[in-house]
Design a binder for this molecule. Structure first.
Ligand code: SF4
Ligand code: SF4
Length: 322
């Protein structure tokens, strides 16, 4: 694919100013704004008196031509988060903190799930939805909790839509989300390198670069990816304002998304929202390179297993029993 086609794939229709839906109308709108700017200079009006949309046009123009995040310099990353922060203020009067925080050295994240402790309450699911600004209209959830029959360890045999009082005697519960595979089939499937694995093990998506082909979703053997068929909606008062460019920032129609191990939290040394919310302590998260971490204790001392080991995906997500 030539680079101009990649550029055209990045901006989604609804991101274009004033509801215009084509590159041509975007350019036309921009030239009108530029003309308004010239006119204001000619008449001696201050640029500050121009409507906010002319600043929006210019910011969106720069956003439109930015690179794939992986190829940006740190300065370019800082510039894009500054533009997105400003656009949120201009467009929705939202005060966001969007970060481009890099992975820390000597950190490789891992997750473990205690199937003897989980009681199926789904506090994790709710916390994840809130923390990650998931679409309320489609009720998107990154985590699925399956109610399982004794002796079965394949979530596809469980009930992922139970709606009754929990826990149920003789059942157990398994949470499933993106497993952040070291050898991830989803990454190999993406034709434009819009998804990749960061040095700290987090598998991410550049939402602006994604063209929405869903090849990655089909390639994931763990039901880890979610696709935005519509523009995600979160009530303004419920938006989590601490965001990361590769994490819980505003997604758009036609973009793929998934669990990022709460990158906006974990790169700041906090736990993922699901781990913090779990009332039974069934979820363990930490640095696999730290020999004193709880995750290393679990891997060393508990009976652990991973799903579909035979595929060679090397997930960084283990199940264990006490
Ligand atoms: S669980 Fe699926 S989406 Fe997540 S890294 Fe593995 S293959 Fe990719
Ligand atoms: S849908 Fe998936 S495979 Fe397709 S461009 Fe987006 S991240 Fe890549």
């Amino acid at each position: 694919m030539d680079s101009s086609k990649k550029e055209e794939g990045r901006m989604k229709k609804e991101d274009l100013p004033e509801g215009k839906s084509s590159r041509r109308s975007f350019l036309k709108g921009l030239s009108i704004a530029a003309a308004a700017g010239s006119a204001s200079l000619a008449t001696g009006c201050s640029l500050k008196s121009l409507p906010a949309t002319s600043e929006e046009f210019s910011l969106k123009w720069e956003e439109y031509f930015k690179k794939n995040y992986r190829l940006m310099t740190q300065q370019e990353k800082d510039e894009t988060v500054a533009r997105l922060t400003r656009l949120a203020k201009l467009h929705d009067n939202l005060d966001l903190t969007i970060s481009a925080q890099e992975p820390r050295e000597k950190v490789l994240f891992g997750y473990a799930f205690n199937i003897t402790r989980c009681e199926g309450f789904m506090d994790c699911v709710e916390a994840c939805v809130q923390e990650n600004n998931l679409d309320r209209t489609s009720k998107t959830q990154y985590i699925r909790v399956f109610e399982m029959e004794p002796g079965k360890l394949d979530p596809s045999t469980g009930d992922g839509k139970y709606f009754h009082q929990v826990p149920v005697a003789d059942k157990f519960y398994m949470g499933v989300q993106c497993f952040h595979c070291e050898n991830a089939p989803c990454i190999k499937a993406c034709p434009i390198k819009a998804t990749w694995r960061e040095p700290d093990g987090i598998v991410v998506v550049d939402y602006d670069w994604c063209i929405g082909c869903r090849y990655c979703m089909a390639a994931c053997p763990y039901w880890g990816r979610r696709f935005n068929w519509g523009k995600p909606h979160v009530p303004k008062e419920e938006i989590t304002r601490q965001q990361h460019y590769l994490g819980n920032r505003q997604r758009m129609k036609g973009a793929m998304e998934k669990c990022t191990f709460c990158i906006q939290r974990t790169r700041q040394g906090k736990l993922p929202a699901c781990v913090e919310a779990c009332p039974t302590g069934a979820r363990v998260f930490g640095n696999l390179l730290d020999p004193d971490s709880e995750i290393r204790f679990v891997l060393k001392n508990k009976k652990v297993f991973r799903l579909k080991e035979e595929l060679g995906t090397d997930p960084k997500f283990w199940y264990f029993i006490d």
